[in-house]
Design a protein around this ligand. Structure first.
Ligand code: DGJ
Length: 735
């Protein structure tokens, strides 16, 4: 609900459990007065205090008043240069070279439903689900208009933000920074949690108290990156999984980003999230506008678990555009770790034939099917089927796969080119590179300049031809290097600061075209695993290959970290061969299955090499997944223990939204003798119901929630233990 008090210029956003408030003060400055657990409302600017602070200047409009300074007030969207020395949201270079803007309130408007952003990913919502508030600020001297968009999803406790800057003046201005979100909070004693890592070990949570000054993470790699994620949490020092105040902030963006937090001199804190200012400079000619990516906020006073579940629900129902909707997606087998580049049609059909009888429904042909692609140093850019490997083209192969009762999926990497390719030989200038310098290579490939329409059009036409040549129901869109040598032949020198962002817009445009032309196609995102796992990509690709690391035990960490912002149904996860190819670790098939089932679930191995016993286990595993997929894909997710903390096991649960059904998973670490007895305390159940556990005894919900369920001692290394709980209505006594 949005309460617009025009008379007092007071704007209050209520969600079910939270309240967010802003007020334009006597000088027209938009102050941020409150964000936290829901309160009744009223004018919360009474919380603000004013005093004369040395070295904190007073804006010209305040005359001789020395107690009013932008340097100490909580701001909603702060432009640089006017005496607020904290991280700016907006830095504008005026036609005269100045870097000062003074944004003052102009008007506010409420609209039914959720706003959309042209060419950019954004949460969507009907009038019944969301409302929009648009607050317009203006800088009179520059004639610059800044529109702040707020989307309020009451039931999800989610507030989205985006900003549009319009040049209404007669001169050209340049944006040096345009953040999507600024959040000023009282107090300095917060912890900042970011999700960091590297290729094959993405999104590991890292928590540290805010120290005085600015601390930040971000990416300047052109993608959101394996190294940091555009999702961060500010939380109370005591906040944990089930208690404490926390604020999650997510940027729906797949390129360079920065998440910066500042603890100020007077113990207030600011979080700014948006496109990274590195090499960003956007020229706004008279009449032109720039729209930032969207950011989304969730506040929870019941810890990280509730925060994550709010993000999960909102993402599932109002961000993912999944052609399957709530229907179960097919269980897949992917050829990559089974064959790498070494295959022909017969080998692929053999792989599929070994998988189909086990209940696997979709065969995905990964890298190596096109051009002269026999290794990763050639062929990228040539999107025509390699008929030496696949005689008769895709259609012939797909016919054979479909005859086995399976559907067919295909890997592509449209943003890239190998120098050893027909495409590069014909258009060497289509790759990003700086004139006079040889471009850096990454995995022996260069990056195509997707900021250019003719490049995108060419690649798109080739992809469309391939995808139309056979019945392809799934595409894995991969991207395997960071951007370097970012310079576009299509832009003037003063516009080169736009290339990174235009590249991302180009990727989004291609994906949108694909969605429009092939509405039933399931697209899985990928960037060397989880190098572009973000809310922006999820809008186009409702699932993303979570990591190139398929080791089940490492995946516990990766999927745990990823789950803080993103729901399990978005995490690409497969059972792969053991010993694992990335770690050399041996884990049981049951463990690998339980971990992969907490994601999209599939296999990435030659199932023909499995023993009869293993095949029987796999058959049962697939059956189990199909039976419980509603819990795994749409249930609420509970992190019961952390894989980053010392302890005998990692546990998590998927609980139906009504709390009547749950699947609890537990994976042990490396074991020891004489372990102490432990019980696993569950979450999300109804304390007043009794639950039948694994079809056996009845256990009272309140006991499972408080005392927990006793865990057997002798499980061994990396073993799994699953509990399926179902509430019973009968009045049969528990135990
Ligand atoms: C990187 C991906 O993450 C892998 O799953 C696989 O598709 C390879 N690329 C293929 O080159």
């Amino acid at each position: 609900m949005i309460v617009l008090d025009k008379e007092h210029k007071l704007f209050t956003l209520h969600t079910q459990n939270t309240t967010y408030q802003m007020k334009a003060d006597a000088y027209g400055v938009l102050l941020h007065t409150y964000y936290g657990p829901r309160v009744r409302g009223g004018d919360l600017s009474c919380l603000l205090q004013y005093t004369d602070r040395s070295f904190s200047p007073n804006p010209n409009a305040a005359g001789t008043c020395r107690t009013y300074s932008l340097d100490v007030l909580p701001r909603e969207y702060a432009a640089s240069g006017g005496g607020d020395f904290r991280i700016p949201s907006l830095e504008v270079e005026g036609p005269d070279g100045s870097h000062t803007a003074s944004l003052r309130f102009a008007e506010a408007q409420v609209r039914p439903g959720k706003y959309a952003l042209e060419g950019l990913p954004a949460f969507f919502g009907t009038e019944a689900e969301a409302d929009t508030l648009v607050i317009t600020l203006e800088d009179a001297a520059l004639q610059l208009q800044v529109e702040l968009f707020y989307g309020v999803f009451e039931a999800h406790d989610l507030i989205t933000r985006a900003v549009r800057v319009v040049n209404r003046g007669e001169g050209t201005v340049r944006l040096r920074q345009a953040a999507s979100l600024c959040l000023d909070l009282p107090g300095g004693d917060w912890d900042l949690i970011t999700f960091d890592g590297r290729h094959v070990m993405e999104r590991c949570p890292s928590r540290a108290p805010l120290r005085p000054g600015v601390q930040s993470v971000g990416s300047v790699r052109g993608t959101s990156s394996h190294q940091h994620n555009p999702f961060a949490i500010l939380c109370g020092r005591d906040a944990g999984e089930e208690h404490g105040l926390c604020y999650g902030a997510m940027l729906l963006y797949s390129g360079n980003f920065q998440a910066a937090a500042e603890r100020s001199q007077f113990e207030s804190s600011r979080l700014v999230l948006g496109i990274h200012p590195y090499h960003f400079c956007w020229t706004l000619d008279p009449g032109a506008s720039f729209t930032t990516p969207e950011a989304a906020l969730v506040c929870s006073s019941q810890g990280f678990g509730a925060m994550s579940r709010r993000f999960h629900r909102a993402i599932r129902s109002n961000l993912l555009r999944d052609p399957y909707g709530d229907r179960r997606k097919p269980v897949l087998v992917n050829s990559w770790e089974a064959t790498y580049f070494d295959f022909d049609a017969d080998k692929l059909v053999e792989l599929a034939a070994a998988s189909a009888p086990l209940g696997v429904e979709l065969f995905v042909l990964d890298d190596g099917w096109f051009g002269a692609r026999d290794s990763d140093s050639s062929g990228l850019g040539d999107w025509t089927v390699n008929e030496r490997k696949l005689p008769g083209g895709l259609e012939a192969l797909v016919t054979r796969i479909q005859a086995l009762g399976m559907s067919f999926g295909l890997w592509v990497e449209p943003e890239m080119v190998n120098e050893d390719s027909e495409l590069y030989r014909a258009h060497p200038d289509w790759a990003l590179s700086v004139p006079g310098r040889g471009p850096s290579r990454g995995r022996a490939q260069l990056v195509l300049d997707f900021s250019r329409k003719e490049v995108r059009d060419h690649i798109y036409a080739a992809l469309k031809r391939v995808l139309s040549s056979a019945d392809v129901s799934y595409v894995k869109w991969d991207m395997n290097r960071s951007l370097t040598d970012v310079w576009s032949a299509a832009l003037a020198p003063e516009r080169q600061g736009e290339v990174y962002h235009r590249y991302v817009l180009g990727v989004y445009e291609m994906l949108e075209r694909l969605r429009q032309d092939f509405p039933n196609l399931l697209i899985e995102g990928c960037s060397g695993g989880g190098g572009r796992f973000d809310g922006g990509m999820l809008y186009y690709t409702p699932q993303i290959w979570c990591s190139d690391n398929t080791d089940a035990v490492d995946r516990l960490r990766i999927q745990y970290g990823t789950s803080f912002g993103y729901p399990p149904c978005t995490m690409g996860a497969h059972v792969s061969a053991t010993p694992n190819e990335q770690t050399g670790r041996t884990a049981s098939l049951e463990t690998r299955g339980a971990v992969a089932m907490s994601g999209t679930f599939g296999y990435e191995m030659d199932l023909g090499k499995s023993s009869p016993e293993e095949r029987e286990t796999i058959r049962k595993q697939v059956e189990f997944f199909k039976k419980h997929h509603h819990l795994l894909q749409t249930g609420d997710y509970y992190r019961l223990t952390s894989p980053f903390q010392e302890g005998p096991y990692t546990a998590w649960a998927h609980v139906s939204p009504d709390g009547r059904e749950a699947l609890v998973n537990l994976v042990t670490g490396s074991t020891h003798a004489a372990l102490p007895f432990t019980s696993l305390r569950l979450q999300g159940l109804d304390p007043n119901l009794d639950y039948r556990v694994n079809g056996g005894k009845l256990w009272p919900g309140d006991v499972l929630l408080t005392a927990g369920y006793p865990i057997p001692l002798f499980l061994g290394d990396y073993q799994t233990f699953q509990l399926y709980l179902e509430a019973v209505d009968a009045s049969s006594p528990a135990f």
